[in-house]
Ligand binder design. Sequence first.
Ligand code: GDR
Length: 317
Amino acid sequence: MKKALVTGITGQDGFHLTELLLGKGYKVCGLLNGQRNSRVIEFAEKFPQVELIQGDLTDFSSLIRAIDVSSPSELYNLGAISFVGLSFQQPELTADVTGLGPLRLLEAIRTLGAEKDIRFYQASSSEMFGKVQEIPQNEKTRFYPRSPYGVAKVYAHQICVNYRESYDMHVSCGILFNHEGENRGEEFVTRKISKGVVDIAKGRLDKIKLGTLEPKRDWGYAGDYVEAMWLMLQQNDPDDYVIATGKHHSVRDFLALALKIVGLDGDPESYVTIDKNFIRPAEVDLLVGDFSKAKNVLGWEPKTSFEELVQKMVEFD
Ligand code: GDR
C-alpha cells in the first residue's frame, strides 16, 4: 500500500487531496498543528481513517518524527501561512512557515537518509509572479513577488529546485494559480463573495465589504488541481509545472456572476462597500497561467469552467 504524508491537511487542498489519495487506496497521514486549527473536527469526522500526527513546520524535530512515524513514499507540502493579506501583518511568521517550512522538511528527509525513498511535492504559487513580467505566465517567467507571502514562496520554490539538483531528490513544484471551491476559507475573496451574495439574497446582509473589484485572477477548481499534484509525483522525473485555466476574470466579474445566480440584478457595486482594511499595501493586478507543459507532460487540464466554479460555490453556500 502506498503511503502519503500531507502537511496542511485540514486546509482546502488537504480535503481534496485526501479524498483523491484515499480513493486511490493510499494510507494517508496528516501533519497537524492541533491547538490553532479550527478545522480538525470537521476533517476527522469526514476522514476517520487518516492518521493525524502532531507537528509544526517551524519545529524541525517534530518533522523528523512525523516522517519517521508515517514513512511515506510521497510527501505533499501544502502547509503554509496561505493568506496573502495576513502576510503583510505577520511577515516574519510567513517567512518562517511558508518559506523555511519546506527547507526543514527536505532536511528532515535527508537526516533520515530517505532522499531516495520519498517523492516530494511543493505547493508553489502564482503569487511568485506578482507584478507580472509577461502574459500569460509559464514555468520560465521571471518572478516578481508583491507580498511577504509571495517572497516566502519564491524562497521555498528555489530551495526545492536546489535540493532536487544538489541531492538528486524527486522534488516537484506545482505553480498553482488561484483555485477555489466549497472548502475555501471565508477570508478569500471568492468565498467571501459566494457566501455574501447568499446572505444578501436571504436578507441576512446588506452589503459585502471588499477591498477592490479590479484585480484579475485565473480561477480554477481546487478539486481539479489536486489531481495535478498527484500526477507530478507519478512521473519518472521531477519537474515544475504551472497549473491554471489560461483564462482570467476580475473580482467584479466573479461578483456579478454570483449575484446573477442568486437572482439579484442591477449594478454589482451597489451590493458592495469598499473597506480599506482589505486593500493591500501592494497589489497583484493580473495573473493568468499557461498550463501547456502540464497538458503535454502530465496529460492534465482543468475540467471546471469559471461559470461552473461560481455556480458550485454559490449553490454550496
Ligand atoms: P490571492 O487570493 O491573494 O490571489 O491568493 P484572495 O482571494 O485573498 O485575493 C484575490 C484578489 O481579490 C482581491 N480582494 C480581496 N481579497 C480578499 N481576500 N478580501 C477582500 O475583501 C478583497 N477585496 C479584493 C485581493 O486584493 C486579490 O487581488 C490566493 C491564496 O490562496 C494563495 O495562498 C495562493 O498562493 C494564491 O491564491 C494563488
